[in-house]
Design a protein around this ligand. Structure first.
Ligand code: UD1
Length: 364
């Protein structure tokens, strides 16, 4: 039987670990899984709500590291996680995604000789100014098993000289969670609560430091959003970082004067109910590029690059950058597109069965 510590730290980790943990629990003769939460995200809306919505049990271990600079946060995860590994002696540690908790736990294990499996391996934006890109490159270079969501990931890893036998194309586990929870999301009242049920609306998320920490960039994006909001209302669940920047830059009045509904971050099911009915999604999130592709919803990515090119090649994603004119033009084009023009398909192995393949690979 394999003892596996499944690591979660930040919001985008929860929906990736939930189906893997559930699959391990369904195979008790093969797996003894535990959940370790680093506490990188700790607000009820950024963490607890996801455990509830995803039906995950409380973490077996909570490290409580909280916020801090990158160095402080990464170091705190490492010092808190090391004794847990020494105590639990797992056969595998499973990390997901590209957040600071991912690299911190991987680094601890690699020094202790404990095997690490990285889920969502191989993604590359080519932009080393993103903290996530550094986390991806470093995690993949020292993890023992690299489980990729799309075949561009396999190609990126091969290009970096990673041994072929470490790379396993298993598909996108986030889509397991998405397909499993769509029916539960139907009972969410978020659309009627916001008064947009049956209407055309757009959904916006924005939290990348490169977009919201620089006042001029954020002001430019906001100008474009105000123009788009003349065509349809924009619902904007704001990350705590973004909230703080809106207050710091004094953007509240500009937002309030347009049809941009600034709301608190939503839980997994409410947010799914919201974006699944949207006419258009505007985002700088990685996960939302994938979720909109899986549901065939037009998505404009407000970044200059993406580590998820498959969502552009096969899916509904368009990379528009942060130039205000380009954002407005792309939104007008997307809203004018006919059904025939919106043709898109679902990438291979985004089929809701990835967690099973991950478990099989761990046993192999
Ligand atoms: C992290 C991930 C990012 C992911 C994002 C999703 C890294 C490097 N980045 O970025 O890839 O897309 O999570 O949300 O790991 N805060 C709270 N409450 C919380 C968590 C954060 O108020 O529960 C505030 C704090 O002021 C904190 C700031 O948000 O300093 C940023 O949080 P942090 O975890 O450092 O990074 P994110 O921007 O959330």
């Amino acid at each position: 039987m394999l003892k596996v510590l499944n690591i979660v730290g930040a919001r985008p980790n929860f929906m990736k670990v939930a189906p893997i943990y559930a699959e391990m629990k369904r195979r008790p003769a093969e797996f003894d899984p535990m959940i370790v939460h680093t506490g990188q995200h700790y607000d009820a809306a950024m963490s607890d709500a996801f455990f509830d919505d995803l039906g995950m049990p409380k973490p077996d271990v909570y490290l409580g590291v909280g916020s801090g600079s990158h160095a402080v946060q990464t170091a705190r995860v490492m010092t808190e996680f090391e004794p847990v590994v020494l105590r639990e002696k797992p056969d595998w540690v499973l990390v997901v995604g590209d957040v600071n908790s991912t690299i911190a736990c991987t680094l601890v294990c690699s020094k202790l000789g404990i095997k690490v499996a990285h889920v969502e391996a191989g993604l590359r934006s080519g932009d080393r100014s993103m903290p996530e890109e550094i986390n991806r490159i470093l995690t993949d270079s020292i993890a023992d098993m690299l489980l990729t969501p799309s075949q561009d990931g396999d190609a990126n890893l091969a290009r970096e000289g990673i041994a072929k036998d470490k790379i396993r194309f298993v598909g996108n586990v986030m889509i397991d969670s998405l397909f499993e929870h769509l029916k539960f999301a139907e009972s969410s009242t978020v659309r009627s609560d916001l008064g947009i049920d049956g209407l055309d609306y757009a959904v916006l998320t924005l939290h990348r430091p490169s977009n919201v920490d620089d006042q001029a960039t954020f002001a430019g994006i906001l100008g474009a959003l105000i123009s788009i909001s003349e065509k349809l209302p924009i619902v904007f669940p704001a990350h705590p970082r973004t909230r703080a920047k809106i207050a710091e830059f004094g953007f509240e009045e500009r937002i309030a004067s347009a049809d941009i509904r600034l709301i608190e971050p939503l839980g997994y099911l409410d947010f799914m109910r919201l974006y699944s009915g949207a006419r258009l999604v505007l985002t700088d999130s990685g996960g939302l590029q994938e979720e909109t592709t899986a549901l065939h919803i037009p998505c404009l990515t407000l970044r200059e690059n993406t580590e998820r090119p498959i969502t552009i090649e096969m899916g509904t994603n368009v990379l528009v950058g942060t130039d205000p004119k380009k954002i407005v033009t792309a939104a007008i084009d997307a809203l004018a597109a006919t059904e025939a023009e919106k043709d898109s398909s679902t990438p291979p192995l985004w089929d809701g069965k990835t967690a099973g393949r991950i478990c099989d690979e761990l046993l192999r």
